[in-house]
Ligand binder design. Structure first.
Ligand code: GCO
Ligand code: MG
Length: 410
C-alpha cells in the first residue's frame, strides 16, 4: 500500500483551519488538522514544501516509522510549526488505519474506558453579573463543568477572553482578531486581578453550589510567587483546576505553587512535546496535562504523554480552543474514550452549521458529555466543495502590556 498524494486546505467558517488530506493507491484517504492559531500558513507550507514530497510512495500503515522519519529526519526538532505539521500527518495515518481495519480509532488504542467524556464550556462576562448569566446559560444546557473568566474592575482594558461590553460574551471568540496581523493591545494589572478574582470565584461557587466544576484560566499572567499566593487564596473555592498560573518554560517554578497550595493545576496548551512536560509530570507538579494532538505531534506523540501522565496521577485535559478543527477534536475524542487517566475535554462550539457542512461527523455532544463516533477511522469527513468557499484571513492574538508599557504574557 502506498501514499499517492496529499492536499492542504487553509480556511473555514470564521477560522483558518489547516486541513491535510492524504490519498492512497487503495482509494482510502485520511484527514489531519494542522491549525496553528494565527500562524496557519506556516504548518501549511511545511506540509506542502517538505513533508508531502517525502510521503509519496511511503506505506501509510507505518505510522510510527513515518512519525520518526518526520521528527528525527528534520534534524531541527520540535517547535509548534513542525509539530502541528507532523500532527496532521499522524492523525491522517490513524484515520487511514482505522478505515482499513473497519474500526473507530479508539478501538485501535485499546477500546472504550467510558461511555462519554466530560467537556467544559467557556463562560465569559464583562463583569461578574454578566459572567453569572453566561454560566447559568451553560448550566441550563446540562454542562457539568464551566471555565469562568470576567472583567476586573478598574482594569484598563478587558482582561483575558472577556468582552468589553455586557451581554456580548456568548458564542464570541476573544482570542483572535481577524482585522489583520497587527495585534490589538490589552493592558494588564496583576494587583487588581489578585485582589478581585479570588472573591469573584467564591461568589460563583456560592451561587452555583458545590456540584458545578469551576475552572479558571490565568493565561500565564502571574509570576511564580504570585501564582502560589493566588492558588492558596482560591483553595476554599474548590476549583476543578487553575490553568496556566505562570508561564511554564521554567518547569521548576511550579514547585513553588505546589509547596503552598493544593489547588489543582492544569498546564500544557503551548507545549509541543513530552520534553516540555516530562519534569512537570514526573515530579507531580501538575494535575492535568493540557497538550493538544494538533500542536503535540498527533495521536502517536500525545499518547506517549498520556501514558507518562498516567504513571504519575496526572489526568488529561486536552486543549480544545475554537482554533482546533473537528478533525483534531475527533482525534482527541478517541483518546478521551480510551485514556485510563482521562480528566476533562475543553470543547467550544462556534459556527456550527457551516462547520458541520464542511466537516460532517457523528461525534455528539449531549448534556456536557462528548460521545465518540463509531465510524471507522477518526469519524469525520471533509467536503472539498464546501472548502472552496473559504480563504485564509489574517488574524492575530492580542498582545499584552502593563500600564507602564512593559510587554507581558498574553
Ligand atoms: C484555552 C486557551 C486558548 C488560547 C488560544 C490561543 O484555554 O482555551 O488559553 O483560549 O488563548 O488557544 O490561540
Ligand atoms: Mg488556556
Amino acid at each position: 500500500m502506498k501514499i499517492t498524494g496529499a492536499k492542504v486546505f487553509v480556511g473555514g467558517p470564521g477560522k483558518n483551519y489547516v486541513t491535510l488530506k492524504i490519498l492512497t493507491d487503495q482509494g482510502v484517504y485520511g484527514l489531519g488538522d494542522a491549525t496553528l492559531n494565527n500562524r496557519e500558513t506556516l504548518p501549511a507550507a511545511y506540509l506542502r514544501d517538505y513533508i508531502i514530497p517525502n510521503l509519496i510512495g511511503m506505506d501509510p500503515r507505518n505510522s510510527e516509522d513515518i512519525w520518526q522519519f518526520l521528527y528525527r529526519g528534520a534534524y531541527f526538532r520540535r517547535g509548534p510549526v513542525a509539530m502541528a505539521a507532523f500532527g496532521a500527518v499522524d492523525m491522517a495515518l490513524w484515520d487511514i488505519k482505522g478505515k482499513l481495519a473497519g474500526l473507530p480509532v479508539y478501538q485501535l488504542l485499546g477500546g472504550k474506558s467510558r461511555e462519554g467524556a466530560m467537556v467544559y464550556a467557556h463562560a465569559t462576562g464583562s463583569d461578574l453579573a454578566d459572567l453569572m448569566d453566561s454560566i447559568a446559560h451553560y448550566v441550563a444546557q446540562g454542562y457539568k463543568a464551566v471555565r469562568v473568566q470576567c472583567g476586573i474592575p478598574g482594569m484598563p482594558s478587558a482582561s483575558y477572553a472577556v468582552p468589553e461590553r455586557k451581554g456580548e460574551g456568548e458564542g464570541k471568540n476573544y482570542i483572535t482578531d481577524y482585522a489583520g496581523i497587527r495585534p490589538k493591545i490589552e493592558t494588564w494589572d496583576t494587583g487588581r486581578y489578585m485582589r478581585y478574582m479570588p472573591g469573584a470565584l467564591m461568589e460563583i461557587r456560592d451561587h452555583f453550589g458545590p456540584d458545578l466544576h469551576i475552572l479558571h484560566d490565568v493565561h500565564h499572567r502571574l509570576l511564580p510567587r504570585e501564582a502560589a499566593e493566588f492558588a492558596k487564596a482560591v483553595e476554599p473555592v474548590g476549583l476543578y483546576w487553575l490553568e496556566d498560573p505562570t508561564p511554564a518554560e521554567d518547569q521548576e517554578a511550579l514547585r513553588l505553587i505546589r509547596q503552598h497550595s493544593t489547588t489543582p493545576i492544569a498546564i500544557g496548551e503551548v507545549f509541543n512535546s513530552i520534553w516540555e512536560c516530562n519534569k512537570l509530570i514526573e515530579n507531580e507538579l501538575i494535575d492535568f496535562i493540557r497538550v493538544a494532538v494538533t500542536y503535540a505531534g498527533g495521536i502517536t506523540h500525545a499518547r506517549r504523554i498520556v501514558d507518562l501522565a498516567a504513571l504519575h496521577h496526572v489526568r488529561t485535559g486536552f486543549h480544545g480552543a475554537p482554533s482546533h478543527s473537528p478533525i483534531s477534536m475527533a482525534a482527541q475524542a478517541h483518546l478521551n474514550a480510551w485514556a485510563p487517566n482521562f480528566g476533562i475535554q475543553e470543547y467550544l462550539v462556534l459556527g456550527t452549521p457551516q462547520c458541520d457542512a464542511l466537516f460532517p461527523s457523528e461525534h455528539r455532544l449531549a448534556s456536557g458529555m462528548m460521545h465518540v463516533s463509531d465510524a471507522p477511522g477518526l469519524g469525520v469527513d471533509f467536503v472539498e466543495r464546501e472548502a472552496a468557499r473559504y480563504d485564509y484571513t489574517p488574524g492575530s492574538h492580542p498582545v499584552v502590556r502593563l500600564e507602564d508599557g512593559t510587554l507581558w504574557n498574553y
